[in-house]
Design a protein around this ligand. Structure first.
Ligand code: C5P
Length: 219
């Protein structure tokens, strides 16, 4: 199926985890594999968009050769990369699992074990990339977020939609089998800023990506 319904659109997508350095050989990270974000990038590229994928460290690459990948490590680097691209972006889709906190004072040499007490790691807040773009967006731009929830799904997702000034949020619940980190399938409910609730069935991540893009086009 070839569609060109995103022809002429610039789309910014974040994907994957962020790594926050503790010292030159260690980091704080998470289990995000990037699969959902990469599937959305491929879907948008197949439909004719010009796609910039700002990706944390993952083991995968896009299928579509036209996707432009900007590889970053930390949340701060991800924000910096997004801020460069966002002014031209019609839509920003924030799929990355960004670390909430980073290390306040990462060591510049490897932390040694011998004879030392376990080191204390002091954390500080990371920037919220989705919120930064949501608050900066112009009337012609859309910012889409994700919410991975374990409980009070709708309430939590709608709070994030409002706090980050998003146009819609894609919620997946860890209570659903076949949803969440590392799986090849996903099951989502989309909440829109206009108040709609759109539940979808369990599908391949490519199928979910298609539903997400169709919903963005309907906003
Ligand atoms: O608040 P929470 O982390 O649950 O929000 C998830 C949404 O916000 C996702 O779209 C995620 O990519 C985005 N996010 C972000 N920067 C952060 C934290 C979350 O872009 N520092």
């Amino acid at each position: 199926k070839t569609q060109n319904d995103l022809s002429g659109k610039n789309i910014l997508i974040t994907a994957g985890p962020t790594y926050e350095r503790i010292d030159p050989v260690r980091f704080i990270g998470n289990f995000s594999t990037g699969k959902m974000g990469y599937a959305i990038a491929d879907e948008c590229a197949r439909r004719g968009a010009s796609v910039t994928l700002v990706s944390g460290p993952v083991a995968i690459v896009p299928t579509e050769p036209s996707v432009s990948v900007v590889r970053v490590e930390s949340a701060q680097q991800m924000l910096d990369a997004c801020l460069k691209v966002f002014p031209e972006a019609d839509t920003a889709i924030m799929c990355a699992a960004v670390a909430d906190y980073t290390v306040a004072n990462p060591a510049t040499t490897k932390i040694k074990r011998e004879g030392c007490e376990p080191p204390a790691i002091t954390l500080k807040k990371n920037p919220d990339i989705a919120q930064t773009l949501g608050k900066a967006k112009q009337s012609w731009q859309k910012v889409i977020g994700f919410a991975l929830e374990t409980d009070n799904e709708e309430e939590n997702a709608r709070k994030k939609l409002a706090n980050k000034n998003l146009d819609m949020i894609v919620m997946n619940s860890l209570r659903d089998a076949g949803a969440g980190f590392g799986t090849d399938t996903n099951r989502v409910t989309i909440y829109t800023a206009a108040g709609a609730t759109l539940p979808f069935g369990t599908k391949s991540k490519a199928g979910v990506a298609s539903d997400i893009v169709n919903t963005i086009l309907s906003l």
